[in-house]
Design a protein around this ligand. Structure first.
Ligand code: M6R
Length: 610
């Protein structure tokens, strides 16, 4: 995780680095630091905690210069502290390194370097890199970095500076993301595009095993062995404003409100003009291959996994192919049965999640065709997968995923309809009916988002509790799992999501007077059974809030304390609406508890460690 930024050019380097780090703070926010070439040489400033702490330090002692590197940290080796913060340096203080990832053999290397007389000050693996670069330096920083990394194992993205060659900034990517921003008379590096977006939209995306040497007027790309390479420059369409809060108090709230647009953007160009057919021209998977699929495995982490749970039900009901869902960190270790006629779908907002990437590679090693549903087109997962369906949600900054999840649902619905058409499992009329309902979703969602007050009031009520339960059946069960994760993640209220029919097999013992229970009751086919389960918790004194359709509010109010109505769509599509009150509930509960909504404790947006 961690965020890296680097700059070389004529602007105020400190400001460019700080602004870039603010855009990357979602990747980690334990501490931050920068190194800048000043007229007194390479100077470092770093501080434990948020970037604001670093800014206060820099107000007292600004670093003025024309090149620098910066880092925002998510601690892996060594607790968050000033000394463990990046940039790290060597004993001569002539070299400086920022690093994202893990150097797996750092202890071995550290012992070796100590035996050679080098002195360490931090507990990090990164410090090893600065000592290694210093040791290998013989007048050429590029060669020194290449030699240093030849000793290292693991995942890393690096930014390296040396006082001996102040006109150069060296960047390396080895299994951790890194992009290069191209300006005029200035160049940039960043862990992610938003870090540099306010300065340039032209980027190169480095592949694993590649490096870049930047001066203010040039960028040379090469492999880590030193072979020069050329790469097509990508022009990024999103503007910097899309990555800003745009008048909302938090990114999360902004992103919740961007969902109608994300639905429209993800559907755009994928439904033909007749409205009766899904077209996915980007798919390489042939119709013959689709007809031959015997099984589908959906693999992802966290929220993306929850989208996969809905995806499973969409595919199974529309296409009648058996689907397994796996949490990516478990997939490899369960010895999965994968054959060449297995379609593996990996889902990832960032496209950089290490567990998901490892699962993708595992599936490919068994000959499976891997289709990625991702929000970041140039990401590692997008590039390694055999096929990609891009969710067009735009940059998601808040750690708690919202619009990425719902766009993933839209992508699953589109894919299911496409597979159904190829395999002839749905009539054209049925496909047209589902498409029409999908096209109505953005407006239905807009109407719902215009009335947040009831959910806000309920959120304030539950914010006083430490434990609560979510229950639901079928697709409602899939959605409450996402609702529960969201609530835990940002409000720190403990919650459990249960299949409503499963409560009586043990968990009912935890229901006591006044405990909040949120019941999602939107699936008409199982409504009566859900109501029976609601009665079971009601009889034990639970304080129940139901989320349902308008037509069921009156009857449900006989068993629950309050009810919230969502617009009606087809049962299969309901998750694209029913999750939204749960997102808002988490948001307002977090706000009521005074938490940092966009940057919850202990977490990071992009999880690039296994
Ligand atoms: O970028 P990804 O979609 O691969 O990330 C997967 C999870 O880390 C992510 O969804 C996480 O669970 C979210 N913070 C939840 O809001």
């Amino acid at each position: 995780m961690c965020g890296i930024v680097g700059y070389i050019g004529q602007k105020d380097t400190q400001e460019v680095l700080i602004e870039g780090l603010k855009k990357l703070e979602y990747r980690g926010y334990d501490s931050a630091g920068i190194a800048v070439f000043t007229n007194q040489g390479l100077q470092i400033s770093k501080a434990k905690g948020r970037i604001a702490n670093l800014e206060s330090k820099l107000e007292e002692t600004p670093l003025v210069g024309s090149a620098g590197i910066g880092h925002t940290r998510w601690a892996t080796h060594g607790k968050p502290s000033d000394v463990n913060s990046h940039p790290h340096t060597d004993n001569s203080h002539k070299f400086s390194v920022v690093h994202n990832g893990i150097v797996e053999n750092y202890l071995e290397l550290k012992d070796e370097l100590i035996a050679e007389g080098r002195h360490f000050v931090s507990e990090t693996d990164t410090e090893v890199i600065s000592h290694l670069v210093a040791r290998e330096y013989q007048g050429d920083i590029v060669k020194a970095v290449q030699k240093a990394i030849s000793h290292m194992r693991g995942a890393f993205a690096l930014g390296v500076l040396t006082e001996y060659e102040p006109e150069k900034l060296v960047a390396v990517r080895q299994a951790s993301p890194l992009i290069i921003g191209i300006g005029e008379g200035e160049n940039f590096i960043g862990s992610d595009i938003p870090a540099i977006l306010q300065y340039t939209r032209n980027v190169y995306i480095l592949n694993d095993g590649e490096m870049a040497v930047l001066t203010k007027d040039s960028v040379e790309l090469m492999t880590i062995e030193g072979n020069f390479i050329s790469r097509e420059m990508i022009h990024v369409d999103w503007d910097a404003v899309t990555a800003e809060k745009g008048g909302f108090e938090h990114f999360m709230l902004k992103e919740i409100h961007e969902q109608p647009k994300a639905y429209r953007d993800t559907m755009r160009g994928r439904i033909d003009e007749s409205g009766k057919k899904v077209v996915l021209p980007e798919l390489k998977l042939t119709k013959e291959q689709i007809k031959g699929i015997s099984k589908i495995q959906i693999i992802a982490c966290g929220t993306a996994y929850h989208a996969g749970l809905v995806g499973r039900q969409a595919i199974e009901s529309l296409v009648r192919i058996p689907v397994e869902t796996d949490v990516a960190s478990e997939y490899r270790y369960r010895s999965p049965i994968v054959t060449p006629d297995t379609l593996v779908i990996v889902v990832s907002q960032s496209g950089e999640t290490a567990d998901t990437l490892a699962a993708l590679r595992e599936a490919q090693s068994h000959g499976a065709h891997v289709l990625a549903i991702t929000n970041v087109v140039g990401s590692s997962i997008a590039r390694d997968a055999d096929d990609v369906i891009a969710t067009l949600a735009g940059p998601e900054i808040a750690v708690a995923s919202t619009k990425a999840y719902t766009s993933q649902l839209i992508a699953f619905y589109l894919l299911s309809l496409y597979l159904a058409e190829v395999r002839g499992t749905q009539t054209q009329d049925e496909v047209a009916r589902i498409i029409a309902a999908m096209q109505a979703l953005p407006e239905q969602l807009e109407n719902m988002l215009a009335k947040p007050d009831a959910i806000k009031a309920y959120a304030e009520q539950i914010s006083k509790h430490e434990h609560l339960f979510f229950i639901g059946r079928g697709l409602d069960y899939a959605v409450v799992q996402e609702g529960s994760l969201k609530l835990k993640e940002i409000s720190y209220i403990h919650s459990e999501a249960y299949a409503a029919g499963e409560l009586k097999h043990g968990t009912l013992a935890l229901i006591e007077e006044g405990i909040p229970v949120i019941a999602l009751a939107t699936q008409d086919a199982v409504l009566e059974k859900t109501v029976s389960n609601i009665k079971e918790v009601s009889a034990r004194g639970a304080d129940i809030m139901a989320i349902t359709h308008e037509e069921h509010v009156v009857s449900l109010l006989k068993s629950v304390n309050q009810a919230f109505a969502i617009p009606k769509t087809l049962p299969l599509l309901t998750p694209a609406l029913s999750v939204v009150p749960l997102q808002l509930l988490s948001y307002y509960a977090s706000l009521a508890r005074g938490n940092d909504v966009d940057k919850p404790r202990n977490l990071a947006k992009s999880v690039t460690v296994e």
